[in-house]
Write a protein that binds this ligand. Structure first.
Ligand code: PEP
Length: 255
């Protein structure tokens, strides 16, 4: 089983209709079907414009969050079916900024991810430890606990993202060795949760201050199958350089 690299942009709360148009028009010209899979996740308000430009191209559009119910009295929330109706293909669940600022838990992140898959969306499910947890030697235990939330998800429509919180938006990046250790542990854990064959094909992305100048080293690790890129994805040239740094298709662990 092979794993096609996946490079995803998380714009967070940035961007305008004009900027998403210019960015995607440049990106869709460059992204070809044979390279890494490319996903751009702008804020909700930019999704219709983004989908319009990306339709028919090799760039897929994702949202940064969704609710776990199909509809209801949930002011300010967006249902997965609403995203699917727009033509959105992916959604991020469990991002650490959602966990840190908006009370996201393993349980709610898992519920969002399951609802997204029910609506036909693919999910990038984020996990990662704080600096205190890393320094206390708890990293692998934290990842094991957080990834319990992927129980019941369809592995064919799932990517995991290892995002150490201390590396997000800080300019500090995990070393390639730290990333590989965490990714290998996540793949073992995914094997327990989803089955060995699914785990061998599961893409595990690294996120946390990925930049054009560190992408190749991180993406060169055996179990690093792509990147979730925040700050550096806002610049179209920088994001393209990261896409370009991804290696060709790699083989799954069992081959
Ligand atoms: C992220 O938001 O998922 C992220 C990894 O951010 P940054 O690349 O800015 O650290």
């Amino acid at each position: 089983m092979s794993r096609r690299p996946l490079i995803a942009a998380n714009w967070k709360m940035h961007g305008t209709v004009a900027s998403v148009q210019a960015y995607l028009e440049a990106l869709v010209e460059r992204v070809a079907g044979s390279g890494p899979e490319v996903v751009v996740c702008p804020p909700f308000t930019l999704l219709p414009a983004a989908v319009l430009i990306a339709t028919g191209s090799e760039v897929a559009i994702g949202a940064q969050n969704c609710h776990w119910e199909d509809a209801g009295a949930f002011t300010g929330e967006v249902a997965p079916a609403m995203l699917a109706e727009l033509g959105v293909r992916w959604v991020i669940a469990g991002h650490s900024e959602r966990r840190q600022y908006f009370g996201e838990s393993d349980a709610t992140a898992g519920a969002r991810a399951r609802a997204a898959q029910r609506a036909g969306l693919d999910v990038i499910f984020c996990v990662g430890e704080t600096l205190e947890q890393r320094e206390a030697g708890e990293t692998l235990a934290v990842l094991e606990r957080q990834s319990t939330a992927i129980d019941g998800l369809d592995p064919a429509h799932l990517a995991l993202a290892y995002e150490p919180i201390w590396a997000i938006g800080t300019g500090k990046t995990a070393t390639a060795t730290q990333a590989q250790e965490a990714h290998a542990a996540l793949r073992r854990r995914a094997g327990e949760m989803l089955g060995e064959s699914a785990s061998a094909g599961l893409r595990i992305l690294y996120g946390g201050s990925v930049k054009p100048d560190n992408a190749a080293q991180l993406l060169g690790e055996r179990d690093v199958d792509g990147a979730l890129v925040g700050g550096a994805s806002l610049d179209a040239e920088g994001f393209w350089a990261i896409i370009h740094a991804a290696p060709g298709e790699r083989r799954g662990a069992e081959e």
